[in-house]
Design a protein around this ligand. Sequence first.
Ligand code: FES
Ligand code: FE
Length: 454
Amino acid sequence: MTEDAHLVDNVESSQSREIFWDKDVYNLELERVFGRSWLFLGHESLLPKPGDFITTYMAEDKVILSHQQDGSFRAFINSCTHRGNQICHADSGNAKAFVCNYHGWVYGQDGRLVDVPLETRCYHGQLDKAKLGAKHVRVETYKGFIFGCGDADAPSLEEYLGEFRWYLDTIWEGAGGGLELLGPPMKSILACNWKVPTENFVGDGYHVGWTHAGALGQIGGELAGLAGNRADMPFEELGFQFTTRHGHGFGVINNAAAAIHVKRDGWAKYLADTRAEVGRKFGPEREELYVGHWNCSIFPSCSFLYGTNTFKVWHPRGPHEIEVWTYTMVPRDADAATKSMIQREATRSFGTAGTLESDDGENMSSATHVNRGNITRDGRMDSSMGVGFEGPHPVYPGIVGSSFIGETSHRGFYRFWKEMLDAPDWAAVKANDDNWDSVFTNRDYWADKIEAAE
Ligand code: FES
Ligand code: FE
């Protein structure tokens, strides 16, 4: 960690404002967070056929993700090994090869350099094409979601997701059909640090009733009760927060499907038709999660809302700006009318110009840029809500916070973020595997609560 960033040990409950502003912190994040984590690249549904490709980013690195003839996926840096030009400028397509615009070097679907204009005459037989292929990154897939990683020593994607898969399976596999993403993504620029939206999605249930009060009133249904964070709200029964190893986390509003989807008969019907199957496969706790509303982040920069069904990637553009990519997340086996209804509603709520999305954007930008002031920047921010009202649970993996409104998963996210910045390599991160949750000190919270209820 850089000295002048003056982060202190209790980063989970309180963070230096430098983390949203400082360029040295950002550069270290590019290297140690984004350079070593599994980053979302795409979903199989976005490039279903051999030869299909999409171009995307791993943080600030441009990447081509390409569907190979053998059905696998490969990803390579979208920069020519000759003079560095961007190889492919299209967002997506189907291609036999990629030809660099500058001098015409040709890369195969797998990123190998296959042809060079005037090769024999200009290079006099001295060019070793085998050594000049585009730089590859690791690619692994989980339930159709494709991730890339730039670190050969990182654990497998399954290990990286770890216990969080217990939760993800509930919806990424669901009743059996799983999910798909509808693209191309909406793209927008937001003037904020990348961690602001990630922490918002990982577990900021607190802002929902205040920031979105106006929109919630419009939506109606039971969730209108959240507007203004009313004192008579059933706080304890509202839901939970979860955080697991490697900084992943989410908050769930219980039984939100009926409430939030009062105007969305197709989605509510889909859940009603499939929830029993999910209960049979995954048990009653996950059946309840299945019909809830999730705000979720997969460390470091991929988030989704399940229930309002937007899937987001926060591509960082320096410490003070991000490029937001927004897909719609739909059940693969839903009928076309249901998918289209979900996409319409997702666009209307959390699309680029969505009613709820614009509520959030202003706050995210403000929370970043206010720190440009020298005195302001020197201060700290608080995320201590619910400390001690959380702990290991007999059923749910990871650490479970007592309500949807809390900052349990903020603490999990920032603990791991700091761990990645401090660790020289993945071996040092792995050395913490057995005590990653030591910051959550009330180990008996749930046992006591369950015993008291019996
Ligand atoms: Fe790509 Fe020269 S930079 S062919
Ligand atoms: Fe919000």
